[in-house]
Write a protein of this length. Structure first.
Length: 229
């Protein structure tokens, strides 16, 4: 019988993966940055094997691209990619909130309501980073409570790819307030146990986020003199 891998090695692999992933989605490694196994293993003080495994996994998630004869690079997200990603997110998040509505309990409703109250407080205090965290948690609760593990994983990967485009749309003036109101509409539809309305509000929320994010991306690209499609 084949022996199991030592727990310590597994934990190292997970930590290496999480460290590189966070460096990418936080912008520490910007789009187009070359990622070499030697450089990463040296910085993380680990062997080459967990780094190689992490890069393969990140490539599957769309965060890293392997260019033949050139190596591994942080993926670049252009406008066409972003539109595709947001269109997919709209469908999947709409489905997720519909599924949640069909399996909703009072504890989940209470958790979502308390999150929005906390988010409103952060907006009033000008703490947009904290509101961004609340925003992400609000969505992840919906994904998780939809009780579809594959759906959660797909949405997590999509959100990571969106963060290559921009860290968060709530930093755009006025977007946090609009986002909060859109979340309140979603919550109200859930409280009414109306899956059609909950899905409609979620899709509208994602479309609004897409419009703001893409408009901001295009404005920044023009400033930098990036060729548009």
């Amino acid at each position: 019988m084949k022996k199991l891998e030592p727990i310590e090695d597994f934990l190292i692999s997970v930590k290496v993966y999480e460290s590189i992933r966070e460096a990418i989605i936080s912008g520490q490694f910007s789009s187009g940055t070359k990622l070499t196994v030697d450089m990463l293993s040296e910085e993380l003080k680990v062997s080459r094997t967990p780094v190689k495994e992490a890069l393969v996994r990140l490539e599957r998630e769309g965060l890293v691209e392997n260019i033949p004869r050139r190596g591994m690079f942080v993926a670049r997200i252009d406008i066409e990619d972003a539109i595709e990603i947001y269109e997919l997110r709209e469908v999947l998040e709409g489905f997720a909130v519909r599924k949640l509505c069909e399996n909703l309990d009072e504890e989940t409703l209470k958790e979502l309501k308390e999150l929005l109250e906390e988010g409103e407080k952060f907006i009033f205090q000008g703490e947009l980073k904290k509101y961004s965290d609340v925003d992400e948690k609000f969505h992840k609760i919906i994904w998780d409570k939809s009780k579809n593990k594959r759906l959660f994983k797909f949405l997590e990967n999509i959100r990571s790819q969106i963060r290559l485009l921009m860290a968060s749309s709530v930093n755009i003036p006025g977007r946090a307030e609009d986002s909060l109101e859109e979340h309140k509409n979603i919550l109200k539809a859930l409280e009414e146990r109306n899956p059609n309305l909950a899905e409609e509000y979620m899709k509208l929320h994602i479309r609004n986020t897409k419009e703001v994010a893409l408009r901001t991306y295009l404005e920044k690209s023009k400033t930098k003199g990036v060729k548009q499609i």
